[in-house]
Design a protein around this ligand. Structure first.
Ligand code: NAD
Ligand code: TYD
Length: 339
């Protein structure tokens, strides 16, 4: 099998490459990644040791590059992780989100259609469903929940999902889509809640909690997401959408307090700052379809997963030290300077 992983130098993509190397060592994997601020080849050092792994730097929205690559490589499977993925950055500049997440997906779909693939898998997000109220714990997102986005990030992801489904209906392209809840684990860029808070706590810096910290996210250890995508590739039905989540709902405040406990740091580091514009209140996935139809269930608990993740960041300062560059400092200043 020849597998093209786009965005493989990012958080979930790199974990997915390791997962596939472990479970399908015979697969030939080509990682197509633009190496934006979020892409980091340091995350793939051990993957590079395999003769079945290659890296190509390139933009998924570059038609000539993508067409040439697909013509030459004739992939069996494409898994599209490449995206602008951070809601706060989408507030600062929506345009690159539309370019990469919508146009980039369409360029990949056209190449997949022209040169034929056995499967095009789109890695989407639960954020396409919008949010749920905090006082209705009985409500969950199912695959038939309406798309009702809040941020330019989720709107662009929803646009891509609709295109993927249209290529199935119109052109018969064998597509699948997964919509997963918030991931955490090794190699996550420290702009997202969990790694940002771990690194700031390690440096005894204030932990910026938006609003009251009562917003709820549904957390999944990244390997459980990778296992679900692999299962969809092996057993999923073309044209179908699968929600992925493990019923691990926590308020942001309780996640931050857990991190502080893990690091034995005081809660006085918590600093409530002004809220994110349009801040989604609660995400909660109903994973019944993937559980019943494909037999997926998560293997990691949040308590153990967060413990492992905190330890990973403590033990891998070499990985995150160089990320804390000038660009990162500028971003932190723009995002939190005046809050
Ligand atoms: P990330 O930001 O860590 O990584 C994105 C990767 O895409 C980076 O390596 C970046 O260099 C690459 N990229 C960006 N623009 C590109 C372009 N134009 N061409 C080629 N490569 C490009 O993101 P992540 O957290 O690993 O998320 C991966 C995917 O999973 C995204 O599609 C995201 O929407 C989805 N997702 C993420 C989560 C989560 O909690 N992180 C949850 C559900 C779904
Ligand atoms: P994030 O990791 O950006 O993921 P998403 O917005 O895609 O769910 O944020 C997770 C939650 O944490 C979200 O409710 C916003 C909140 N948050 C903070 O309170 N402070 C922060 O500095 C960040 C980055 C996020």
């Amino acid at each position: 099998m020849k597998l093209c992983v786009t965005g493989g130098a990012g958080f979930i993509g790199s974990n997915f490459i390791y997962y596939m190397q472990k479970h399908h060592p015979e697969y030939e994997i080509l990682n197509l990644d633009l190496l934006t601020y979020a892409g980091n080849l340091e995350s793939l050092k051990e993957a590079e040791a395999s003769p079945n792994y290659r890296f190509v730097r390139g933009d998924i929205a570059d038609t000539a590059l993508v067409t040439g690559l697909f013509e030459k490589e004739r992939f069996d499977i494409v898994v599209n992780f490449a995206a602008e993925s951070h809601v706060d950055r989408a507030v600062l500049d929506p345009s690159v989100f539309v370019r990469t997440n919508v146009l980039g997906t369409q360029v990949l779909l056209d190449a997949a259609r022209t040169f034929g693939v056995k499967r095009f898998h789109q890695v989407s997000t639960d954020e396409v469903y919008g949010d749920l109220p905090l006082d209705r714990p009985d409500l969950f997102f199912t695959e038939t929940s309406p798309l009702h986005t809040s941020s330019p990030y989720s709107a662009a992801k929803a646009g891509a999902d609709l295109l993927v489904l249209a290529y199935h209906r119109t052109f018969g392209l064998p597509v699948t889509i997964s919509r997963c809840s918030n991931n955490y684990g090794p190699y996550q860029f420290p702009e997202k809640l969990i790694p940002l808070m771990i690194l700031r706590a390690l440096k005894d810096e204030p932990l910026p909690v938006y609003g009251t910290g009562e917003n709820v996210r549904d957390w999944l250890y990244v390997d459980d997401h990778c296992a679900a995508i692999d299962l969809i590739l092996q057993k999923g039905t073309p044209g179908e959408v699968y929600n992925i989540g493990g019923h691990n709902e926590y308020t942001n405040l309780s996640v931050v307090k857990t991190i502080l406990q893990e690091l034995k740091k005081p809660e006085s580091l918590i600093s409530f700052v002004s809220d994110r514009p349009g801040h989604d209140r609660r995400y909660a996935i109903d994973p019944a379809k993937i559980t019943k139809e494909l037999g997926w269930k998560p293997s990691e608990t949040f308590t153990h997963g967060i413990h492992k993740t905190v330890r990973w960041y403590v033990e891998h300062s070499d990985w995150w030290q160089h990320i804390l560059s000038e660009e990162y400092s500028r971003y932190i200043e723009v995002m939190y300077g005046s809050r």
